[in-house]
Design a protein around this ligand. Structure first.
Ligand SMILES: [Ca+2]
Length: 495
């Protein structure tokens, strides 16, 4: 149904051009930070040593970022799967408020972002930022369903605020397997690949059969993203020294999502099989970009964020087999409505603003990067936008915190919603809503209610024991769903 709507997409988003800004509006690298957002794919908080000392995977790169900045212990992705989580990060709005109510787009799905909707990138671009997206887009391309790969892929990343895009359409297990430069395939899609033949670790090496460019190499994708990201940091920093413009670099990595295809330098390096090796490669890639920021001489003026789009795809049998818990004891895994689905690592380094080796236990959401980054860049947004986004700048500066939001809302892969309000978590139905069985339980005794303070593992369903809390929280969820926002418009800065 939503595909039909998207076919009707009109022209590309009109991004405010540099020429349209008045000089006094123009932030400079002197006054506004560069912003780097590294979004890993399916990286769990239990994978990082700085979050989970028991992790069996060495993560010195991300540990460094944590030691130099702040780690969040109660951060959540906007959804437990890729596409809606990315939509939330870029728009500050829960994806389920729009046409995509469950699961994710495919590699040839049309663009999901609505023309005219503010994104983190379009608003920073309008404030003079250079902007680039390098990595896995997974928000749809073009206005045809399926995508016509022989036509310019617009609308796409370069129509929603990014000056440059280099990367792949969707997940690394979704064809077509081809790199895209701005709005065109980098090379002709004249080949194809079969289903993965080497199903590693019980099938986890899977990728789908489909079209590909000649010589597409799955193991090459992470290094190519990193190489381009490093080049972009150096180039943007150099240009910024000449004209004073800061930059936004958004790097949505393809790992450690399946297929687990670590490059040779990382293969066999950990005790956690191909998954562990792939996590180690993510860590080394973060380290490489951090080093580029340092080498470019802009480290002191760069807001550097490392996070993940959902929890680890790491079921109980993998925890037992490998002696490693990618979700750190949180129940369930990627796609689930339980904490393992959407509790994510989130590290923020911002020299001179964020204290080193600091921690925040406040409940935040990946949607908050919209308001936080736009505010840091001196921008503002329309009162109708950023519906589910709070500027967490006060938390970063360790100032008094008055959360303007009553609660956050979680979403599972199959579209099940939950409300988190303080210690309480209400889930509207029984089951995981995601990859863990049973996905849904049909009975007449309601949903799930957990006290996360007393029962962080979500072992005891209190739904029938606390009818008053159930009624209060369900009414709150209904209201926040129907009102179209969880954050009052007043939270937005005055234009
Ligand atoms: Ca993901």
């Amino acid at each position: 149904m939503w595909n039909l709507l998207l076919i009707c997409l009109g022209l590309a988003l009109p991004a405010t051009t540099v020429e349209n800004r008045s000089p006094e509006d123009t932030p400079t690298a002197e006054t506004k930070p560069n912003i780097v957002i590294i979004l890993a794919d399916d990286l769990g908080s239990g994978d990082l040593r700085c979050m989970n000392p028991e992790s069996s995977i060495p993560t010195p790169g991300m540990d460094d970022i944590a030691n130099q900045g702040m780690r969040f212990t109660d951060a959540h992705s906007a959804s437990a799967v890729c596409t809606p989580s990315r939509y939330g990060l870029l728009t500050g709005r829960y994806c389920w408020r729009g046409p995509l109510k469950e699961w994710v787009l495919g590699g040839s799905s049309p663009a999901l972002l609505e023309p005219g909707r503010d994104t983190l990138a379009s608003l920073l671009s309008s404030r003079g930022y250079r902007t680039a997206c390098i990595g896995k887009w997974h928000l749809g391309l073009g206005d045809q369903d399926p995508v016509d790969w022989n036509q310019p892929l617009t609308p796409g990343p370069t129509d929603v605020g990014f000056d440059e895009f280099y990367g792949i359409s969707a997940s690394l297990d979704m064809p077509p397997y081809v790199f895209i430069e701005d709005a065109r395939p980098e090379s002709p899609i004249t080949s194809s690949v079969d289903h993965s033949k080497h199903r590693r670790q019980g099938g986890a090496g899977f990728w789908r059969a489909g079209a590909a460019s000649e010589n597409f190499d799955f193991q090459d994708v992470m290094p190519k993203i990193t190489e381009r990201a490093v080049d972009t940091v150096m180039r943007f920093a150099k240009s910024g020294r000449e004209d004073g413009r800061p930059f936004l670099l958004y790097v949505p990595y393809t790992a450690p999502h399946t297929p687990w295809v670590p490059s040779d330098p990382y293969s066999g390096r950990t005790e956690v099989g191909h998954y562990g090796d792939f996590v180690m490669q993510v860590d080394a890639s973060v380290q490489r970009i951090a080093q580029a920021v340092r080498d470019a001489g802009v480290e002191d003026n760069t807001l550097f964020i490392v996070t993940s789009d959902n929890g680890s795809h790491w079921p109980d049998q993998d925890i037992e087999r490998w002696g490693h818990d990618g979700n750190m004891g949180w129940r369930g895994q990627k796609a689930d409505i339980w904490e393992g689905g959407h509790r994510i690592p989130l590290l923020v380094r911002w020299p001179g603003v964020v204290n080193s080796n600091s921690t925040s236990d406040e409940i935040i959401c990946l949607t908050d990067l919209f308001a936080t980054c736009v505010t840091a860049g001196g921008g503002h947004w329309d009162s109708q936008a950023g519906e589910d986004s709070v500027d967490i700048g006060p938390l970063l500066r360790q100032e008094p915190w008055n959360d303007p939001r009553e609660a956050i809302i979680h979403q599972s892969g199959d579209g099940l919603l939950a409300l988190r309000c303080g210690k309480w978590k209400l889930i509207e139905a029984k089951g995981s809503g995601g990859f863990t069985q049973p996905r849904r339980v049909k009975d007449s005794s309601g949903g799930q209610l957990y006290d996360l303070e007393a029962d962080p593992g979500e072992t005891t369903n209190l739904w029938l024991d606390h009818p008053g809390e159930v009624a209060r929280l369900q009414a709150m969820l209904d209201r926040l769903r129907e009102s179209g926002r969880t954050v009052p418009p007043a939270n937005t800065p005055a234009p």
